[in-house]
Ligand binder design. Sequence first.
Ligand code: KIV
Length: 269
Amino acid sequence: MRQTDHAVVTVPYLRTMKAEERKIAALTAYDVSFARIMDRAGIDVVLIGDSLGMVVQGHKTTLPVTLADMVYHTQCVARGIERSLIVADMPFLTFQGGMEDALRAAGALMQAGAQMIKLEGAGPVLDTVAYLHARGIPVCGHIGLTPQSVNAFGGFKVQGRGARGGELRVQAQKLAEAGVDALVLEAVPAALAAEITRHVPVPTIGIGAGRDCDGQVLVMHDALGLNARAPRFVRDFLAQGGSVEGAFRAYAEAVRDRTFPAEAESYQS
Ligand code: KIV
């Protein structure tokens, strides 16, 4: 063990955590300074999210983010990480077009320092997931509110309520069969996320998906209370932690002892 006294987090280790019912604490980061503090604070997974389009670049959606942006920020974050697992988002239009394009984009992110890539959606991307998986690239799926489809959804809205829940159950199962090593569930009812978590063999990481997921992820700026119009699933950990490192530690502890998210921070069916 190093100074942090936390294990080095690998892709297989995430499955061990699920099997041992140990919660996974994940946060987004975009630069080396915050990445270093997260690594030291015991954050298990650091995600270079394409949310950087909104919280770093000031766009209204994640759609303008390019592969070059993602490569640059992944390189920045990777320089600060010793133990956390580094996951990078595949930006809009880098994986929807074809498997070869997706392989090239995923390869660029892995060469920039990612240890796993994340891509949004199910149906049309299942073959791509299987293609990347077969070539040794760990993939994290992402279903529910997938922000790259914000225009199709008509806004950042909760997904999977009522009869639509069945579609998400099927998507989760198919993604697991295609070879994802983890699955983000965003803005879905807590009961549905709990059911998916029980049925899929891979760890689920929730954001606005209730406390029964195998782990939680938040956009760093939200966890630090920097978002004036924060959605209901956001908690300001800076207020409670007293410093940036304190906030990240408080977040990890709240995820691990299952006090975050509370019911009021979750969506009902
Ligand atoms: O882009 C991002 O930050 C994400 C997380 C919110 C899951 O995809």
